[in-house]
Unconditional design. Structure first.
Ligand SMILES: [Zn+2]
Length: 113
């Protein structure tokens, strides 16, 4: 079965953002403590935990918005519909139902005439 390079790239991008998002999510507490420690004790910066937490939330929101705005490779509309209906584990496009990780691009489902 031939693979579509555009699709491969799109899924790889999506996978990268979701990995970053999960890492930020699960690494939240150890990551923030480590970063605070590094900044304060190693680099001797007067960074408060609050600033680090804020930066963390910012990074999380950034990665989340990048993922939420992922455009479907087939219909070019938001794969996850929008921020409110953002489901990172969604398996198909909110608009054309293109299955995530699809190896080739099936024609859009017929929606009547
Ligand atoms: Zn789509």
């Amino acid at each position: 079965m031939p693979t579509n390079p555009a699709l491969e790239t799109a899924w790889r991008n999506l996978n990268r953002w979701s990995t970053i998002l999960w890492l930020l999510c699960f690494g939240c507490f150890p990551g923030m403590f480590l970063l605070t420690y590094l900044l304060n004790d190693v680099l001797l910066q007067e960074a408060s935990f609050f600033v680090v937490a804020l930066a963390w939330v910012g990074a999380f929101a950034w990665a989340g918005s990048r993922m939420a705005s992922f455009a479907c490779p087939r219909c070019n509309r938001a794969f996850f519909e929008n921020w409110y209906f953002f489901k990172p584990l969604r398996r198909n496009c909110a608009h054309c139902s293109l299955t995530r990780w699809a190896k080739e691009m099936p024609p859009p489902a017929a929606t009547g005439s």
